[in-house]
Ligand binder design. Sequence first.
Ligand code: TTP
Ligand code: MG
Ligand code: MG
Length: 438
Amino acid sequence: MRQVASVLHLDLDAFFAAVEQRDKPSLRGKPVVVGGVGGRGVVSTASYEARTYGVRSAMSTREARSRCPHAAFLTGRFHAYHATSRAVMAALREVSPLVEPLSLDEAFVDLAAADLPDLEVETVRAVGERLRARVHEVTGGLTASVGIGTSKFIAKVASDLDKPDGLVVVPPGGEQQLLRPMHVTIIPGVGPATAERLRRAGIHTVADLESVTLDELVRLLGRAHGGGLHALARARDDRAVEPERETKSVSVEGTYDTDLTDPRLLAGLLTRQAGQVAERLRKHGLSGRTVTIKVRLHDFTTLNRSATLGSPTDHAPTIGRVARTLLAELDTSDGVRLLGVGVSGLADWVQEDLFGTEEDDEDPEPEVEVPSSRRSAWAPGMDVVHADLGRGWVWGSGRGVVTVRFETAETPAGPVRSFDVTDPDLAAWLPDEEVNDG
Ligand code: TTP
Ligand code: MG
Ligand code: MG
C-alpha cells in the first residue's frame, strides 16, 4: 500500500453493449443484450437499460429474453471491440507509460510514473476526470468508470463504486473504512468456495475477517491463502502495476454460419489459416515463436491456446502442425463457430538455416469447404453493406428474408429495409485486415 493514491483503475461501462449503441444510433438509450443469440447462447453483457430488467452477464440468453423481451439481442462484433480497446489503451498510455491491461475494457495505470506536479487527492482526481473525457473522445462516446487509490485492490474496488460513468478517489488512510462493511467476496481471490468456508466460520464482511487472527485464518484456509487474506483484509496490497510487454501478432480468423463439428474440416481450416499467417509474416519480413489458436464454441465461450517454439518461424507447415495439435486438445464436439490462428512474439528475422532446406515439406493445400446455412448467415447485429444503400446492420432474418437497418455511428437513426437472403447486392462488411498490436 502506497502513501499516496497513485494507482488508477479504469473500466468501460457495459463495454460490448456500449460499442453496439455507438455504432447503431437507433439503439441508444434502449435495452441491448450482446451474446450468443441461439438456443444455447449465453449473455456476454447487457446495456444498463437492459440491466434494470435483471439481465446480467453469463445468464442464459433464454432467461434474458424472458426478462426483457423487447431488448435488441445481438451477436458480438469483436473487430469493433478490439479496435475500441486499442484506442482506450493508447489514451491511457498518454497519461503514464505504466499501463497494465486486464481485459479488453479494463486496465491499471500507475500515476506515480506519470508526469504530475504531485500526487495529492485533488491532482489525481483531475487526472481521472481528464482521462474519462479523453476516453469518451477517442471511443466516439463511450463512458468509463475510474477508481483511484493507494493499491490495485483499492483502485479496482473504487472504480466499481459509482458505475456507470463515475469517478471515486479513496484518500490515503480511508481504505479500511471503505472495505469493512463490504462482503468478503470483494477481496481478490475470495471465490465462492472460500466465501462458503468463511461463512461457516461466521465471517461475512471484511470487518469480520479483520477480527480473525492470522493463525486462525491459516488454519482455515492454509498458509498462502490465509496469509494473503489477512493482509488484504487490512488493505495491505503491494502488487506493482506491470506494463504489458510489447508483443505484436499476426493472425487470421474466420467465423462460420453453422457450428462446425467435423474434426477433419477444422484441421483443414487451421492448415489453410496457417498458410495465410505465414504469407503475411513473410510479406512483413516477420517471424514469431508463439503459435496461438482461438476457438469460439457454440455457446460463445472463446478459448485461446498457445505453444511457444524454440525459435521464431514463418513456416506454414510448422504453424499448421502446432495449431492442429493445440486444437486436438480441446473438446469441440458441440461445434465451433470461430477459428483462428496467430503467431506472436515477433522478431524481424528468421533463423534461416532451420527452414532453408524444408521447402518440399509443404502440406498440400487442403480441400476445405465450409457448409453455410442461409438461415443463420445473417447474424443479428452484424455489419453489412448494400450496393446502393451503403452500410447498415442486420436487424433480423428468417423465412428467406433479411432485414437491415441502414445507419452507422456517424449517421442519425436510419431506415429499415428487407431483402431476400440471397440478394447479391447485400454483403457482410468487415474492416480491412491489418497487422495488429497486441
Ligand atoms: P465487464 O467490464 O465485466 O462488464 P461490462 O463492461 O459489460 O459492464 P460494466 O463494467 O459496466 O459492469 O466486461 C467487459 C466485457 O467483457 C463485456 O462488455 C462483455 C465481456 N464479458 C463476457 O463476454 N462475458 C462475461 O461473463 C463478462 C463478465 C464480460
Ligand atoms: Mg466494463
Ligand atoms: Mg471489465
